[in-house]
Design a protein around this ligand. Structure first.
Ligand code: NAP
Ligand code: MG
Length: 462
């Protein structure tokens, strides 16, 4: 595996201003696999200056040429997909087949979609006697988490580049190697110097310096609601644009007419994928009282079958946090029917696929984001009860509805306070806007809605 000693700034790898480093740990065996520099305010400042200097030319570059560079980036991601998958597996711990299909695969789709959108988007429209131009917002400060390390980078950077913005990225401290690989890919794709810059470092140091920097016009953040609130406040005080992609506690609503076995099976797999470290995971399964016992048995069986195919959690802190939530669930009276708080292996940050029954809507495990392989089965009496429970958290990121026919599921989904709902197991769509209602965030990523986040409008009257 390649390791860089520096930051990617203004089209080249440069030494960091300071000497601090971050040790990258493989969560499957707890071994240190690399060290990367922990950048500080000086590095962030250099990167923002490079991005500012590159902005006028990139903003003025024809959309077709921007599209060509993003298409070239997509091609590099395809050519290096095995290396990407191995790197994500090494630093995040996801099983290799999942890294190949999802962590390496999805960014190719998203980069491809932005290559097409950059070429086809209407950056200019006529409104009465006016011409309205969609212009890039400017310099973007992108702060990303570790759970889908490349996807979250590409969702921000490809959209920003398509819009004509320049970018400084501060990736998660747990997954900097994937970010370095991405910077190499950007370089190989021939994106001009300064258009994309990478500063690895710690959130409260490099991340905060980036969010606070005067030279940043828009902060795009994905991560915890706690940090998101601070970033929103900082951006608000500076009258800076901000996009926040935060936590979730999504409901998987199984209506009585649904195919119960399929809904439960897909629902459990949805939570266990990526070891439960998915902001949009359907961590609350809502089942009608008449089918509850059958659903509990099916879920326990599905979790047990999942068994060894699950990867570890990302780090020791998350491992302790998730096991703490499981203990809290037991203490509050929920019933464990699969998994539990014990670590299933001596080495690595593993947690067994865990299913809780007899969970009530106000329990901690039904309200807070656990970010681990834990699914809670909650009983409802009728549809209004199900809706109250589904909408009864501070979050509103995603969800699922299962019913005998799509129309019935759609009618329920339209009443949910949430940004996206999968109907009867609907497939992932890289063009569908992704983002939250309520405290799950502000703004949307992916597709044309994601592109619009990086644009501001100017109208000329004739
Ligand atoms: P986090 O601290 O919010 O991390 C997200 C990103 O923000 C990382 O790059 C982080 O840097 C950076 N950051 C942290 N503090 C910052 C600050 N004061 N100013 C600017 N940037 C800052 O999330 P986490 O600690 O990795 O995970 C904690 C919890 O967040 C999880 O258990 C989960 O509930 C939630 N989470 C949600 C998502 C999502 O997709 N919605 C993703 C990840 C986590 P560092 O890497 O150095 O911390
Ligand atoms: Mg953190």
């Amino acid at each position: 595996m390649k390791a860089h000693d520096g930051m990617y700034i203004d089209g080249a790898w440069r030494p960091a201003a300071g000497r601090d480093t971050i040790a990258v740990v493989n969560p499957a065996d707890e071994q240190v696999i690399a060290e990367v520099p922990a950048g500080g305010a000086e590095d962030v400042d250099a990167a923002v200056r490079a991005a500012r200097a590159a902005l006028p030319a990139w903003a003025a570059t024809a959309p077709a040429e921007r599209a060509a560079r993003i298409a070239a980036l997509r091609d590099v991601l395809v050519a290096r997909k095995d290396e990407i998958a191995r790197t994500v597996t090494a630093e995040l711990g996801a099983p290799l087949p999942f890294s190949q299909a999802v962590h390496a695969g999805v960014p190719v789709l998203v980069a491809g979609s932005y290559a097409e959108l950059a070429a086809s988007y209407a950056f200019e429209e006529k409104v009465g006697n006016s011409t309205v131009y969609a212009e890039p917002v400017g310099v973007v400060g992108a702060i990303t988490p570790w759970n889908y390390p490349l996807h979250q980078i590409v969702a921000k950077v490809a959209a920003a580049l398509a819009a004509g913005c320049t970018v400084v990225l501060k990736p998660a401290e747990d997954t900097p190697l994937t970010a370095q690989l991405f910077a190499e890919a950007v370089h190989e794709a021939g994106v001009p110097a300064g258009v994309f810059n990478l500063v690895t470092g710690l959130g409260p140091v490099a991340g905060q310096a980036l969010a606070e920097h005067d030279g940043v016009d828009l902060v795009s953040f994905t991560g915890s609601t706690a940090v998101g609130k601070r970033i929103g406040a900082t951006a608000g005080a500076a009258v800076k644009r901000v996009a926040l992609e935060l936590g979730g506690k999504s409901a998987n609503v199984i209506l009585p007419s649904a195919d119960l076995a399929r809904a439960v099976g897909v629902g459990v797999a949805n939570v266990m994928g990526n070891s439960g470290q998915t902001c949009s995971a359907w961590t609350r399964m809502l089942v009608h009282t008449s089918q509850y016992d059958e659903a509990v048995a099916l879920a326990a069986e599905a979790a047990a079958k999942y068994g060894d195919r699950i990867g570890p959690l990302v780090n020791a802190k998350q491992h302790a946090r998730v096991r703490g939530y499981i203990e809290k669930g037991v203490a509050e009276g929920a019933r464990l029917v699969a998994g539990g708080p014990e670590a299933p292996r001596e080495q690595g940050y593993f947690v067994s696929p865990t299913v809780f029954a007899d969970v009530t809507p106000e329990m901690t495990i039904a309200q807070e984001e656990i970010f681990g392989p834990v699914v809670s089965l909650i009983r409802y009496e009728d549809e209004d009860d199900a809706l109250r429970i589904a909408n009864g958290t501070v979050y509103g990121l995603a969800g699922a509805v299962w019913a005998g026919d799509d129309a019935e599921a759609v009618a329920f989904a339209r009443r949910m306070d949430t940004g996206q709902v999968d109907i009867n197991g609907g497939r992932f769509n890289p063009l569908a806007p992704f983002g939250g209602y309520k405290q799950s965030g502000v703004g949307r990523e992916l597709g044309s809605h994601g592109l619009a986040e990086y644009l501001q409008t100017k109208s000329l009257q004739f």
